[in-house]
Design a protein around this ligand. Structure first.
Ligand code: NAD
Length: 256
């Protein structure tokens, strides 16, 4: 379905981004990976699916590096047809003791990076009259949780950016939508499981059950594979008129 299309997935060396990159690769898209840590393993996984793959290590908190990555994408693949703004970090602390440098980093990586990548990707999508921008927000783009002020503020911002981008392109073939996962067991969440296990003297399994029990009625983690299939749907012709939604996949979290 996505042959001859190119997808840039930010923060795709791990977790949800890698899951989405693999799902798009299975549909025939070329993939540009981004993120920190080992890039060779993820590149090999995408290649094994038969897709063309490249990697750029832009630090998504730095606009100049994002510009460099977009130029690299154009040189490698012609243009970016599908942009998945996924890179993100977390830090947990009450507002009055939230470290200022962590606030700035979360806003830069989780929100401003999506603005920069979007503004740089849009002109080529508009010229082609086809494009898909998928922002990985969170249930925290829809509701709040204690001790996550920067994350919740950034993710609500991502949902707002999604709506405005969708509206500004509503009469064209360029759509923009957000995905709002509940708990997904990636390194980002495993850190929170570990912190709970230490703080409460729990086993890893018990800490996971408690984490789910607080928020997620299904008592199940959403998987990167399931989120990947939602991204594939947003790229399909059936989603041509799906514009500006913030679609939660959260085991009932925000239905409560
Ligand atoms: P993860 O830690 O597994 O992956 C994060 C990715 O972002 C990695 O590839 C990392 O290298 C990359 N990254 C971090 N800082 C970066 C930077 N400055 N520049 C470039 N890349 C950077 O986390 P994940 O759980 O897969 O999270 C992916 C996205 O999904 C995030 O936006 C996160 O907020 C969102 N999300 C996660 C969950 C969850 O439960 N895990 C739930 C809702 C939303």
């Amino acid at each position: 379905m996505l042959a001859n299309k190119t997808a840039l997935v930010t923060g795709s060396t791990s977790g949800i981004g890698l899951g989405i990159a693999k799902a798009l690769a299975r549909q025939g898209a070329n993939i540009l990976l981004n993120g920190f840590g080992d890039a060779q393993g993820p590149q090999a996984e995408i290649s094994a699916l038969g897709a063309r793959v490249a990697y750029h290590g832009a630090d998504m908190s730095k606009p100049s590096e994002i510009e460099d990555m977009m130029q690299f994408a154009a040189a490698q693949f012609g243009r970016v047809d599908i942009l998945v703004n996924n890179a993100g970090i977390q830090h947990v602390a009450r507002v009055e003791s939230f470290p200022v440098d962590k606030w700035d980093a979360i806003l830069a990586i989780n929100l401003s990076s999506a603005f920069h990548a979007t503004r740089l990707a849009l002109p080529a999508m508009q010229a082609a009259n086809w494009g898909r921008i998928i922002n990985v927000a969170s249930v925290h783009g829809l509701v709040g949780s204690s001790e996550k002020s920067a994350y919740v503020a950034a993710k609500h911002g991502v949902v707002g950016l999604t709506k405005v981008t969708a509206l500004e392109n509503a009469t064209s073939g360029v759509t923009c939508n957000a995905i709002c996962p509940g708990w997904v067991l990636t390194p980002l969440v495993q850190k929170q499981v570990d912190a709970k296990a230490v703080a409460m003297g729990l086993s890893n399994d018990e800490a996971k059950r408690q984490l789910l029990g607080e928020k997620e009625p299904s008592m199940q983690f959403t998987t990167p594979e399931e989120l990947g299939e939602l991204a594939v749907f947003f790229c399909s012709p059936a989603a041509n008129n799906v514009r500006g939604v913030a679609w939660n996949m959260d085991g009932g979290w925000v239905a409560q």
